[in-house]
Design a protein around this ligand. Structure first.
Ligand SMILES: Cc1ncc(C[n+]2csc(CCOP(=O)(O)OP(=O)(O)O)c2C)c(N)n1
Ligand SMILES: [Mg+2]
Length: 685
């Protein structure tokens, strides 16, 4: 068979596997895989340096399918390249990541061909996509990571990191604001290792883009400072290859390739229609389409002879060679730069370097205390010096979030200084969170920061960090009414409850400076969970830990901070963050009145809920039912700890604009109010 014929066969295999899988599942998105099969073929088989035998080889090119609904593209190509499965401990398992049987069970429980690409579920998926725009935004983080890694680890003659990032996206990704934020920053940073390919098919779910999307996308990307290329025919693989070649030669600018395509290509009645987007073709149309491809009309899930071999000879051989060369290079590098090589290996395994927590501050008791954000700033500056690959930044609030890394040599990350440790995201919270995920997917430890209220602007990417099981860190300050006069637009109310509701996300609201230290100590050791820190703007008293329990209790989510003499409490006050010291004040007041109260500091519901029953019962003894929870946030959910008869002092409305002291009085965050709630409960018993 001539090579041209085999190429067409390989492309049509991607198309027909996609068609058959969607037809079998009776759901899914056939049209875009049909159109983009030549692109994916060219990228994978001709361009990308990716070794299917080792899909986590550190210097592999990254492929991001931002239009995640076209997942069958990925399942087809992962299958045809026989990409191997890897487990969470980074071991190769000796079986394919996506089998033909998985494809036959597309979108079914347990299949490794789910509806959308899922990072932690299928090896070879570089990031979870489906929420449009996330993939391209995340790819910017991957590109920044590669620049940072190259800057730190490459040496003359040792290009240890020189991989590229390719992201495929559609009209939806282009319309979503997050892609604009991310593209703007990518242009600013001149990320010439980043290539987005835009599937310009003029179709979305409701029909032609004429009804919604008539802007000049090319002009927009030119204005962002990108190199803009156009390939007028999505079936022209030579032109596609040429455009990708230009990308690799372009310096100091990211590349945007507009690819004109026909959704549902080859389907006589569905091509160029919105119906091709998200509906199975139907048996008759499947036959007609296969006929148009010159495919056996009744064959299903057919991989013709020679197709696996063709991918093995293309990406298989090229990837194996590239990886082998890299492995040899890295061995020589290890001999010459052993310390740097160890760092690279630790990064790959998500380990921390020895001494990562040395010099963490210990804060002396101090009734005036220090703000959570200030304590956090001190900790971040220590950690970033101990852990070379730990860094991050803020969405233009560094001076307020106290996240600036101020030590000698930290530097700002800019195109002229890709090794800087201070990232400046600009006022782009959503893409910041996606970018931090991209850094995290590249195995760097990274944080992003803003005001807690604006976690809402970052939320879709925070959710994905949890879904992907990434140890991304979100530093949110101004966690409650501490910014008093700014008023309700800036005062979080429901944010804590909503983040606590995200499965697998560790949310921590530390109660004093030493709890902040312990919160970081806990978070830094996470390998597969993201964490949110909610930190105060205003100073919080630093508790006297000789009098009250040690802050290391943070690692258990909640702990007994104070008890009446001899223990045996009759009422429990539970608090987080700024309300911990309020609970302590109340406790002292109650003790003076002869009431035996216990104070439980509960910085994290999530961590506490993962403790054993025995520990949980020791903190919240079932027999003590008089319980008061105090937190400057929505009361939503606290019933689970105080029970139906308990009291919750929290927020049932938005806040207000006033000095903090007045707000505390107005909303009842004062010792007298908390004490009277406790006393009422005791009287009712
Ligand atoms: C944030 C987000 N909003 C809405 C959707 C639902 N959705 C999935 S695909 C799609 C249309 C996408 O159009 P386009 O990107 O042009 O894809 P094409 O049909 O051309 O493949 C929509 C609205 C989504 N997945 N993510
Ligand atoms: Mg489209």
């Amino acid at each position: 068979m001539s090579d041209d014929k085999t190429v067409q066969l390989a492309i049509n295999t991607i198309r027909t596997l996609s068609i058959d899988a969607v037809q079998q599942a009776k759901s899914g998105h056939p049209g875009t895989p049909m159109a983009l099969a030549p692109l994916v073929y060219t990228l994978w088989n001709r361009v990308m340096r990716f070794d299917p035998q080792d899909p986590i080889w550190p210097n592999r090119d990254r492929f991001v399918l931002s239009n995640g609904h076209a997942s069958m593209l990925l399942w087809s190509v992962l299958h045809l390249t026989k990409t191997q499965a890897v487990n969470a401990d980074y071991e190769t398992l000796g079986h394919p990541s996506v089998s033909l049987d998985d494809i036959r069970h597309f979108r079914q429980l347990e299949s490794k061909a789910p509806g959308h690409p899922e990072y932690h579920w299928v090896s070879g998926v570089e990031t979870t996509t489906g929420p449009l725009g996330q993939g391209v935004a995340t790819s910017v983080g991957m590109a920044i990571a590669r620049k940072w890694l190259a800057n730190r680890y490459n040496r003359p003659g040792f290009e240890i990191f020189d991989y590229n990032i390719y992201a495929v996206c559609g009209d939806g990704c282009m319309m979503e604001g997050v892609s604009s934020e991310a593209a703007s920053l990518a242009g600013h940073l001149g990320l010439d290792n980043l290539c987005w390919i835009y599937d310009n098919n003029h179709i979305t779910i409701e029909g032609s883009t004429r009804i919604t999307f008539t802007e000049d996308v090319e002009a927009r990307f030119l204005a962002y400072g990108w190199n803009v290329l156009r390939v007028g025919d999505a079936n022209d693989i030579e032109r596609i290859e040429h455009a990708l070649d230009i990308f690799r030669k372009t310096k100091e600018r990211p590349t945007f390739v507009v690819l004109d395509s026909h959704i549902g290509y080859g389907s006589p009645h569905r091509q160029d229609t919105a119906a091709a987007h998200g509906e199975p073709l139907g048996d008759d149309e499947v036959r007609l389409t296969k006929r148009s491809y010159g495919w056996p009309e009744d064959a299903k899930f057919l991989v013709p002879d020679g197709v696996y071999e063709h991918f093995a000879a293309g990406i298989g051989a090229r990837g194996a060679k590239a990886r082998q060369q890299w492995t040899e290079l890295f061995a020589a590098y290890r001999a010459k730069y052993p310390d740097l090589a160890i760092e690279i290996e630790q990064i790959q395994r998500r380990e921390l370097p020895a001494g990562w927590d040395r010099n963490l501050p210990v804060f002396a008791a101090d009734p005036k205390g220090i703000a959570g954000r200030d304590a956090s700033g001190k900790v971040l500056n220590v950690l970033a010096q101990n852990i070379p690959w730990f860094f991050g930044g803020s969405a233009d609030l560094g001076p307020s979030n106290k996240t600036t890394l101020a030590y000698e040599g930290a530097g700002d990350l800019q195109s002229s200084n890709p090794g800087g440790k201070n990232l400046h995201f600009g006022i782009r919270e959503h893409s910041m969170a996606a970018i931090v995920n991209g850094l995290s997917l590249s195995k760097l430890r990274a944080f992003g920061a803003t005001f807690f209220i604006f976690s809402d602007y970052a939320r879709p990417a925070i959710r994905l960090s949890a879904l992907m099981e990434l140890p991304t860190i979100f530093v949110f300050t101004h966690d409650a009414m501490g910014d008093g006069e700014d008023g309700p637009t800036h005062q979080p109310v429901e944010q804590l409850a909503s983040l606590r509701a995200i499965p697998g996300l560790v949310t921590l609201r530390p109660g004093d400076a030493n709890e902040v230290v312990e919160a970081y100590r806990y978070i830094m050791q996470l390998r597969h969970e993201p964490a949110v820190l909610a930190l105060s703007r205003q100073p919080l008293p630093t508790l006297d830990r000789t009098k009250y329990a040690a802050a290391s209790g943070v690692a258990r989510g909640a702990y007994v901070l104070a008890d009446p003499p001899g223990g045996n409490p009759e009422v429990i006050l539970i608090a987080s963050g700024s309300e911990v010291s309020l609970a302590i004040e109340t406790h002292e007041q109650l003790l003076a009145e002869g009431i035996r109260s216990r104070v439980v500091s509960m910085p994290s519901w999530d961590i506490f809920d993962h403790q054993g029953q025995e520990y949980r019962d020791s903190v919240l003894p079932p027999k003590v039912t008089a319980r008061v929870a105090v937190e400057q946030a929505s009361t939503f959910g606290w019933e689970r700890y105080v029970g139906t008869s308990g009291r919750i002092i929290g927020m049932k409305t938005f806040g207000a604009s006033a000095p903090l002291k007045e707000l505390q009085r107005h909303f009842g965050f004062e010792p007298d109010h908390v004490a009277s709630a406790a006393k009422e409960l005791l009287r009712a018993q």
